[in-house]
Design a protein around this ligand. Structure first.
Ligand SMILES: Cc1ncc(COP(=O)(O)O)c(C=O)c1O
Length: 444
């Protein structure tokens, strides 16, 4: 069967999904070209759809599966925990041990409070910062993604024309009042951000940033500049490390860039592929979670049925143990660097204006001739992006619509096959790319 053809079995299941699920999908991602795909399973770097197509997986569950799918040690750890019971609500040894590992690893983490999703973790970070600072407004960056709660969903995919620092809701259903509490700044532009903070510092409860925003790397000094500014005005700095935590380095982006925030949200890798995330930070900021330590007006009740779930914590512990193996991160970064630089070279050779943006282990392509430094500079040609992602899929490479996640599971054979797919996808883009005519500006 030709790649991407669907068997009756998969087609039937997709039709059933369309009847009972809005849009016929989970809401997470539509694979390139918009065709839904139903996964049969995965092992290591590979996944298979129900029709039997095999893909090298660079979605990796949207990031958690850095070790690959069904890693034997993670499966064994989860199975062992599961045999003792799935969830209890009361404390469990796996969660305590995972909190200890996090505190050892993450520079800002003196204490840990578990949540079940990254969305909940960033929401909680903002609430804690408001209690600490006794102010209400938050500053986030245009295009930054912190999940789907009302504050996070401001200016995640805006028009790119609203003047800073006004926000634009990126979801229907957000109360207008939320917009009055959110300021938006341009990522990587420390001068404009400083001007906004200087003007609004007395209203600000927090500044929240993805250290690597989507697939845009921080400019030298940008994160340190944010740290200086927030420190100067006593504003808590929150790193959203849901993606970068335990990925850029064992201690996350804060270790990799040498900038320590006051609070951080972590998720994805730390739960080993199960629903687990966490709020971590200075004990002083997490104190409002302790009813006995603070008065009722500073208490922040926070609980969740599955928070600190033992099976998730056991899988997280097994994952972190693998990440501590000597050389694990060096190998990961080397694989990513090879893939990313090869893809950029192929576009350059094809004379297609494209930027393979991000860092070596999290990147994507923007079809633009300009450097990609902030949200507005990512607004390139979406048609070519569709062509590229679709061609990759046809050549057995799956990614999310917005990034490649490189994992420790990607080996030399994967890289070789991926580069062959890159060559085919770059050729498909080159065929669809119409270079602007040399005379077009003079004849216009
Ligand atoms: C940077 C960032 N923050 C927060 C979230 C939300 O995490 P979750 O999907 O676990 O709610 C995501 C999800 O991809 C993310 O990429």
């Amino acid at each position: 069967m030709a790649r991407l053809e669907r068997t009756d079995e998969e087609r039937d299941l997709l039709a059933r999904a369309a009847r009972v699920m809005p849009g016929g999908y989970l809401g997470n991602m539509r694979v390139a070209g918009g065709d839904p795909l139903i996964v049969r399973g995965g092992a290591g770097s590979r996944i298979w759809d129900l029709s039997g197509n095999e893909y090298i997986d660079y979605a990796l569950g949207s990031g958690p599966m850095i070790l690959g799918h069904a890693h034997p040690k993670v499966v064994a750890a989860a199975e062992e925990a599961l045999r003792k019971g799935s969830t209890f609500f009361v404390e469990n040894a796996y969660a305590v041990e995972l909190a200890e590992r996090i505190v050892e690893a993450v520079p800002c983490a003196e204490q840990v409070r578990f949540t079940t999703s990254g969305t909940d973790a960033t929401f909680q970070c903002l609430r804690l910062a408001r209690v600490f600072r006794r102010r209400e407004k938050i500053l986030k960056f245009e295009g930054g993604f912190h999940g789907t709660h009302d504050y996070a969903a401001m200016s995640t995919r805006p028009s790119g024309t609203t003047p800073f620092p006004a926000p634009e809701p990126s979801s229907a259903g957000i109360p207008a009042a939320v917009g009055d509490t959110v300021l938006i700044a341009p990522y990587n532009d420390i001068e404009t951000t400083a001007a906004i903070i200087e003007q609004h510092h007395d209203e600000l409860a927090a500044v929240i940033v993805e250290p690597v925003q989507r697939t845009i790397a921080p400019r030298d000094g940008f994160l340190a500049g944010l740290r200086d500014l927030t420190e100067r005005f006593g504003i808590p700095l929150i790193f959203d490390e849901v993606v970068t935590g335990f990925r850029l380095a064992y201690g996350g982006a804060q270790e990799a860039y040498g900038v320590t925030p006051d609070l951080a949200a972590i998720g994805k890798i730390v739960g080993g592929g199960f629903p687990l995330a966490a709020v971590v930070g200075r004990a002083e900021l997490l104190e409002p979670y302790d009813a006995e330590a603070v008065g009722p007006e500073r208490f922040v009740p926070q609980s969740g049925t599955l928070n600190g779930n033992p099976v998730a914590a056991a899988a997280g512990l097994a994952t972190l143990a693998e990440l501590r193996e000597p050389g694990a991160y060096a190998a990961l970064h080397a694989t990513g660097a090879h893939l990313r630089s090869t893809l950029q070279r192929l576009f350059d050779e094809a004379e297609v204006p494209a930027v393979v943006s991000g860092i070596d282990i999290i990147f994507d392509v923007y079809f633009t001739g300009r450097p990609v430094v902030d949200y507005r500079s990512t607004l390139g040609d979406r048609t070519l992006k569709g062509v590229f992602d679709r061609a990759l899929l046809e050549h057995g490479v799956l990614k999310t619509p917005e990034k490649f996640y490189v994992g420790m599971c990607h080996d030399e054979a994967d890289v070789e096959q991926t580069i062959a797919a890159f060559e085919a996808a770059v050729a498909a883009v080159r065929d669809g790319y119409v270079a602007p005519s040399k005379n077009s500006s003079s004849s216009a």
